[in-house]
Design a protein around this ligand. Structure first.
Ligand SMILES: Nc1ncnc2c1ncn2[C@@H]1O[C@H](COP(=O)(O)OP(=O)(O)OP(=O)(O)O)[C@@H](O)[C@H]1O
Length: 235
C-alpha cells in the first residue's frame, strides 16, 4: 500500500512522517508498530523495520555511491568493510530499482542534486524495512526520474512494504498512491482514494487555490489554476 501525504507548506506532512519514524514523540497519543509502542522498540530494531528518508536530504559526503547505499544496511549490523552477502545483494537491488547502479563508484558530493536524491532513496530502499517513510522524494528530480522514483516506491509496496510518501505533485499522488491523506494546519481534511480526496473544493480549502480536473485515462488529475484564497502568513 502506498499512502500519499498531501497538503500545503506547513500542513504537517514531515511532522507526521517524523512521528511515524520515532524521530519525534507525540505530545498526545501513541505511535504503535504491530501493536507495540514505537518507543518500546530498541533503536536498532526500529531502524531495521522503519526506514525514513527526510526531505531534501542535503548529504554532501565524500563517499562513493555504493557506500552511501550501504549505509542503509547499518541497522543490520553492516559496515563499509563488513557487508554480508545479503547486504551486498540488498544494496545491488536498491541501486537497480532506483537506476543508480552507474553511480556506484562516483562520489556523492560530485553528483547533481537529483542524482544524490536518487542515491539517498536507494539507501532507504536498501534497509528493506517493513515500513518506508519518504518525504518529498521527487522534489529534485526531472520527469523521467520522478516516474522512476514513484515506480520504485510502488514496487516496494507491491512486495508488501507499507509506504508513506509526502508529495507536492498532486498528479503523481493521484497516479501512484493507493490512498491519500490531505493535511492542512496540522489536521486531516480527508483521507481515502484519490478521487475522494483530490476534489477541487477540498483542494481549494487546503491550498487557497482554484483547481480543475484533467482527465487522463480513468483518472482525474488536479491542475492548479489560480490563487483564490489568502497567502502565506494569512493562511
Ligand atoms: N522542529 C520544529 N520545531 C517547531 N515547529 C516546527 C518544527 N518543524 C516544523 N515545525 C512547524 O510545524 C508545522 C508543520 O511543519 P511540517 O514541516 O510538518 O510541514 P510540511 O507539511 O511538511 O510542510 P512543507 O510542505 O513545507 O515541507 C509548521 O508550522 C512548521 O513551522
Amino acid at each position: 500500500m502506498v499512502t500519499g501525504l498531501v497538503g500545503p507548506n506547513g500542513a504537517g506532512k514531515s511532522t507526521l512522517l517524523r512521528l511515524l519514524a520515532g524521530i519525534d514523540s507525540p505530545d498526545a497519543g501513541d505511535v504503535t508498530f504491530d501493536g507495540t509502542p514505537l518507543h518500546a522498540l530498541a533503536p536498532s530494531a526500529r531502524a531495521r523495520r522503519v526506514a525514513h528518508l527526510p526531505q531534501s536530504a542535503q548529504a554532501q559526503w565524500p563517499l562513493s555511491g555504493r557506500d552511501v547505499v550501504s549505509l542503509g544496511r547499518l541497522p543490520h549490523g553492516a559496515g563499509f568493510d563488513r557487508l554480508s552477502e545479503a547486504d551486498v545483494q540488498a544494496v545491488a537491488r536498491a541501486m537497480s530499482r532506483t537506476g543508480t547502479t552507474a553511480f556506484a563508484g562516483r562520489r556523492l558530493d560530485h553528483l547533481s542534486a537529483g542524482e544524490r536524491a536518487r542515491l539517498l532513496l536507494a539507501r532507504a530502499l536498501a534497509t528493506e524495512a517493513d515500513v518506508l517513510l519518504v518525504d518529498e522524494p521527487t522534489a529534485a528530480l526531472d520527469p523521467a526520474y520522478q516516474l522512476e522514483a514513484m515506480t520504485a516506491l510502488r514496487g516496494e509496496a507491491d512486495r508488501g512494504v507499507a509506504v508513506a510518501v509526502a508529495l507536492h505533485d498532486l498528479a503523481l499522488a493521484a497516479r501512484f498512491c493507493d490512498r491519500l491523506i490531505l493535511l492542512a494546519g496540522g489536521k486531516v481534511l480527508r483521507h481515502g482514494a484519490a478521487a475522494q480526496v483530490l476534489t477541487p473544493a477540498l483542494l481549494e480549502a487546503a491550498y487557497g487555490v482554484a483547481f480543475e480536473l484533467v482527465v487522463l485515462g480513468d483518472r482525474r488529475l488536479p491542475v492548479p489554476i489560480a490563487r483564490s484564497g489568502p497567502t502565506g502568513d494569512e493562511r
